[in-house]
Design a protein around this ligand. Sequence first.
Ligand code: PSV
Ligand code: MN
Ligand code: MN
Length: 406
Amino acid sequence: MTDRAYALFEEQQKARGIDLEQVKQKLKGLKIETPSWGYGDSGTRFKVFQQTGVPRNPFEKFEDAAQVHRLTGLCPSVAIHIPWDKVDDYGKLKSHAESLGLQIGAVNPNLFQEEEYMLGSVTNADPVIRRKATDHLLECVDIAKETGSRDLSLWFADGTNYPGQGDIRKRKAWMLEALTEMYKAMTPQMRMLIEYKFFEPAFYHTDLADWGMAYNYALKLGPQAEVLVDTGHHAQGTNVEHIVAYLIDEKKLGGFHFNSRKYADDDLIVGAINPYELFLIFYQILNAANDSDSEIRQTVDQIAYMIDQSHNIEQKIPAMIRSVLNVQTQYAKALLINHAEVEEAQQRGDVLGAEDAVRRAFEFDVTPLLHAIREEQGLPVDPMKAYLDSSYPKDILARGKGGASW
Ligand code: PSV
Ligand code: MN
Ligand code: MN
């Protein structure tokens, strides 16, 4: 049945001029980093629900992440968050990760949970607090040296709730001061990925509110600083794929935090709410992947695809498997876009023809293709089922309740 479905799919795609071998090769090269915090307990300001079996420490978070990679072949690295993943010996955490077939990925500083940061961290009017915050950024650079991480992902909760509460321009200068100090401490192999978000926890102004501000800091800092697009961090209706195309063209797109949002920064499973947006993001990326400018091609090659979700009521490991499979599905669909066809329609000024050439790829069922590559890679064709049928979900129950939470 699978063979017949794939044969039909192959025939269909061939007729459209799609090179399926190339598509398969690209699909096999897709890497998605999962976040350590997605395996722990999380919640809202109303409640953090405690699930039985969540990891009790960073080492167990890597063990759970290894399950996701073992079954999907997509997730060889895990982002860490400091101090949530603080350990005495990062070398030991690195060896543990490697023993599980994983790498430690991006290091995420945490500048939002200490009492002193109520009025800001690196943008606090108090120089002592700014120093403490900047020292934490420097600590994260040191940790990245030990873990062998390339990327430092920065998200700041800094902002104000009321007009007049803070001096916006002074805070802008303090932000640059802290980022500059951190930038100088990085090794030449490292990258600073600057994330933005327009509100929450601050409700009047956020110091790094949008991609333009992140881009401006990255530009001032230098080539090792780039922008990180978290798909949940935009106002309703924002054209995220436009931002993606623009940043790639400026060679400043460093990576993504994938998740879904319906109302705010909901951190739901990526692809659960608006899979077409995810597909259109990949359309822009793939459009740039063949650019004649090698620097643009290089920017595309270096994009870090990361998940940033909190699984408040879902089972953590299945939620992560669902997430990465959703990304893989939309990437597979985007790989079916016939770019020459889109371009020809654009040249003719054929609005509907161009839209149709893009959308048609989205409408294909890529299940036979995904099954085929999983078989070729020696992976279960249905990773979710394989996980649920394994003993792992039962084994981890022995950990009990009250594991790691943010
Ligand atoms: C808070 O909005 C947030 O979701 C940001 O997206 C960060 O990347 C993440 O938390 C981890 O600090
Ligand atoms: Mn994020
Ligand atoms: Mn967020």
